[in-house]
Design a binder for this molecule. Sequence first.
Ligand code: WT7
Length: 641
Amino acid sequence: MVHYRPPQEFVCNRSMIDEADRETLGRKWPACWEDAASLLEWINPYDRILDKENSPFYQWFIGGKLNAAENCIDRHLSERKSQVALRWEGKQGERRTYTYYDLYREVSAIAAALRELGVKEDDVVTIYLPKLPELPITMLACARIGAVHNVVFAGFAPDALVSRMQRVDSSALVTCDGSFREETMIDQKRKADAALASLKESPPVIVVDRLGTSHDTQLGKTQYDYDDLVETYVGADVAPVPRQSTDPLFHIHTSGTTGDPQQMTHATGGYLAGVARTSRTVFDLSPGTTIWCTADIGWITGHSYVVYGPLLSGATVVLMEGSLRYPDRHRPWKVIERNGVEILYTTPEVIRTFMKWGESFPEAHDRSSLQLLGTVGEPISPDTWKWYYTHVGEERCPIVDTWWQTETGCILISTRPGIDESKPGSVGPSLPGIKIQIVDEDGRELPPGEPGYLTITRPWPSMLAPLDGDRYWVLAEYWQTFSDPRADNWRYFTSDQAVVDDDGYVTIIGRDDHIITVDNRRLGTAEIEAVITTVDAVTEAAAVAESTAGETTLCVFATLKQEQWDRNVIRNAITDAVAEHIGEFARPANVIFAPELPETHSGKTMYRLLECVVNDRPFTDSDTLRNPEILGELATIWNWK
Ligand code: WT7
């Protein structure tokens, strides 16, 4: 494997990361995490770093009090009040910038408005907005008054919004009148109203006016215009509410494997410490650095590295509304050029799309501002890595391949740019303070070179926080002790398969559950399948990812109750059901009617083999199948479709 040494130009320009790490590495665990906590401003210092009493429901920085909005905004005012905090580019070419002081004013106004609408400390506010500046502003307004935000991806359909509001007992909703998907107008308000109609009682709703006079939106009795609220409350002095380190900062939903999306909660102190620390170690973020992370804010990547990490670091965030290909394929490169983007953080799926379009697009633009590139979300192939390195980074920007999850809150495995070498395809060593182990089914540690389950053997600050009541124990599924139930022996199961080299570099093989990424959104196949089986004619369904020239779409296999039904009608019913209940972005590109699905003897659908069918790959390891003969038949049906 070719190793890439950190490019010399980068190493010369940046030196602080090394210092910070040396200090961390010199201290024992968990004391090494004090360095992360010291990146935050505490209203009350904590008296204990880690509470292991209720393991595995660990809690961090006990006794400490802080406020997330104060850490992201107020603390910067004395030194960088007029520095740009946020640069936004709209779909129609509009541009807006917010200084840290602008953020302070608008966040305070919305915080005052939320309070006036009855939102109290610990209440949950659901935010259902596309990539508009009002989205991070509302998140921070919630944090300022100690309310817990619950951001729901704006592309989700009303049903998905309702279940995500109900699960966390949301007391308010923030949405907008509409937005555009390329040329098509999306009536966001109509989707929100449809969701509200199925709630017992409609909570107060704040509506951002995105479309201006081109669209007339009717506001209901408990619905308020965002700009009117800002006008009314601007100038309000809302003191940041001191929150316990262990108090929730936000809820977020992950793609569950059981049919229902799963609620995840992150606690204020530990989450912010982990994100602040990795923003420095992995992205080398410092005041004034311009970062563009292409993720939607509705996903954890957006929470951690569009909003909290960059703002905690005093950086400048670039936020781009709309699609990378609209109005044309030059858009991403124009965004980089116009805003002087220094750090670009995206996914292998996006990089593959850029590759498919060809290097003439990036090469037509000035990329000299770029200093560091990042990737996340799925394994990146060495070819894709090299293309990114050469054609985007001009062979002078290190690439950080960052491994983490919604549950982990921040990056846990990655090379440190300027310090560690990169090996394309491998994410790198675990970061200082994080200890990993590859184990077999019985929890025995495997030697380097042998693939197994990726586990994390010690708690870390930004780890998933315990939930209350019944839901508390759902999280227990993530933890296992195997034979020895001593408290210190808990291991966090990531659901990923991986292999580690002699020198500690980790290569991620893939997930051992059924999550697929479509249009950069991770979806649990179970949630999609549950929708498909509501179509009358369908008995069983399996959804898999199909890759065509670098783009991923959804392919559905369905078995029917009666063979003679009109397949076109059923096909439309299936694709419409998914679009309606999950969202238009998830509409399946292909529906294949199968006599039966490939199953193991214990009745588990073999997704891996279905993926071989749709991606024209040879079948491997199919001997555990109950019905191996079905594979050939499915391949024939697929080729004739
Ligand atoms: C899963 C977590 C938090 C990032 C966005 C997704 C996969 C993540 C990598 C990487 C290979 C990766 C894993 C992980 N993943 N980063 N650099 N290389 N695979 O968050 O939806 O919680 O998904 O994404 O399978 O378990 P998520």
